[in-house]
Design a protein around this ligand. Sequence first.
Ligand code: ZN
Length: 182
Amino acid sequence: MMQIAILGRDGVINEAPDGCIASPSDWRPIRGSLEAIARLHRAGWRVVVAMNEPAIASGQLDLDALARINETMLRRVIESGGVIDAVFFCPHAPQAGCHCHKPQPGLLQDIASRLRIRLDDVPAIGDSLNDIRAARTAGAHPMLVKTGKGFGTVGSPELKHDIPVYDDLYSAVDGLLGHAHS
Ligand SMILES: [Zn+2]
């Protein structure tokens, strides 16, 4: 059976700046994240990114710039031996009331319908409460990394003990692959 992991982008795969990532040169991978995606790929997993990008709605970023940034990410992943199958993003403002802005579950539900999968066994790895809420509502398995906003998220009372917490994506992939070396 095909296994799929859903990852946040900022704070999970790449360093999260205070504002948005505005150009490809701002995109910097978190240590070990590219190798983590390569390990998933070698183990037969498909990797899909689900991200909010409110900078589109605010006008800080246009769709072409976002595409160039994400292409940089996809290229760097491929150069490291991995593959990201798809990037799903919400371009709306947080207050827009859309169904796709995490913590809403729409992005994850779109992934499920496009890939024709159920989310029951799908880990959704994020650094924020929004990621965890979206994963819970969509019926996926939330996992938290302490990179990005994650170090602050760990202390939230909303974070129940049943959510696995990892130092970073590399450790989370260790958890998913059962520490198997691949
Ligand atoms: Zn949206």
